[in-house]
Design a protein around this ligand. Structure first.
Ligand code: C2E
Ligand code: CA
Ligand code: CA
Ligand code: CA
Length: 275
């Protein structure tokens, strides 16, 4: 199971039953939401640690629900996956993320989260090729983020698909690294361009020497393999300071900027972070 909340370890959650009711309500509305396009993409900057510049933005989807207000992806992506609606929703996300990013003047990268179900869909590659052609987007500015479980289930098929995607010039990132049943073996199964070290390791890093050791080990190994590294979930200056000497390539987190609507970027002012 995926790590929840602030810990690297799954926890018992007494409010589970209420969650079930919420889930049923959302599930009933999801199809209409896709037809009516009730979604928005927010973008969170990834910053190069060497010079503080924006390397790219990660697209994060939000559901602007007519009655409940903004619903976060943690609430509805699992439902979309269980119902198969992740295919049309994922297509909307990918097309829109690429379309928006194609217009960014400074040519920053766009990182798009890919569900394991999308990766198994025959529609993924044609849609990706079509989006790139329609927008004239440089494929090397697109990063698809996948999680380790993709390498556990149907791994041969998935790895073949990842190679086809990479042959287009699109980059592949391994997201949430270190959670789940992660194994360094996965790093041999595919030539990833980037590893995103999960925020649970960044969370308590000032106090936790084990987290520091893990981050150092991952960046050093990735460096040897020629893979970029991102530390996710930076919320405090002390974390950023520590990471400065840890060998990560990029940083991402609320301390640098919350995810935001990128239309706010085109107001002519230089980017100063949104927190
Ligand atoms: P993720 O891919 O690991 O995305 C990073 C999540 O961490 C985002 O939550 C982001 O807002 C949050 N975050 C960023 N900086 C910080 C920080 O400093 N502290 C903390 N505590 N959190 C931070 P969000 O947007 O709620 O997304 C949650 C998850 O939902 C994502 O985790 C991803 O697994 C999934 N998701 C989001 N957008 C999409 C999408 O377009 N497609 C798919 N398939 N999944 C998505
Ligand atoms: Ca991600
Ligand atoms: Ca992540
Ligand atoms: Ca995650």
């Amino acid at each position: 199971a995926k790590a929840r909340g602030r810990s690297c370890f799954a926890q018992f959650e007494p409010w589970m039953e209420e969650k079930e009711r919420e889930r049923a309500a959302l599930e009933a509305d999801l199809r209409t939401a896709i037809q009516e396009g009730q979604f928005a993409l927010h973008f969170q900057p990834l910053i190069k640690i060497e010079n503080g510049r924006i390397a790219g933005f990660e697209a994060l989807v939000r559901w602007e629900h007519p009655r409940f207000g903004v619903v976060m992806p943690g609430e509805f992506i699992p439902i979309a996956e269980d119902t198969g609606l992740i295919i049309p929703l994922g297509e909307w996300i990918m097309r829109n993320a690429i379309k928006q990013a194609a217009g960014w003047r400074d040519g920053q990268r766009v990182a798009i989260n890919l569900s394991p179900i999308q990766l198994r869909s025959a529609r993924l590659l044609p849609m990706l090729i079509n989006s790139i052609a329609e927008t004239g987007m440089d494929p090397s500015r697109i990063e698809l983020e996948i999680t380790e479980n993709v390498l556990m289930q149907d791994s041969e098929v998935n790895i073949a698909t990842l190679h086809k995607i990479r042959d287009l010039g699109v980059r592949i990132s391994l997201d949430d690294f270190g959670t789940g049943y992660s194994s360094l073996n996965y790093l041999r199964s595919f030539p990833f361009d980037k590893i995103k070290i999960d925020k649970c390791f960044v969370n308590d890093l000032e106090r936790r020497e084990d987290c520091q050791a893990i981050i150092r080990a991952v960046t050093s190994l990735a460096g040897t393999l020629g893979i970029d590294t991102v530390a996710e979930g930076i919320e405090r200056e002390e974390q950023l300071n520590w990471l400065q000497g840890a060998g990560v390539t990029e940083v991402q987190g609320f301390y640098i900027s919350y995810p935001f609507n990128v239309e706010e970027l085109s107001d002519g002012r230089p980017f100063e972070g949104k927190r």
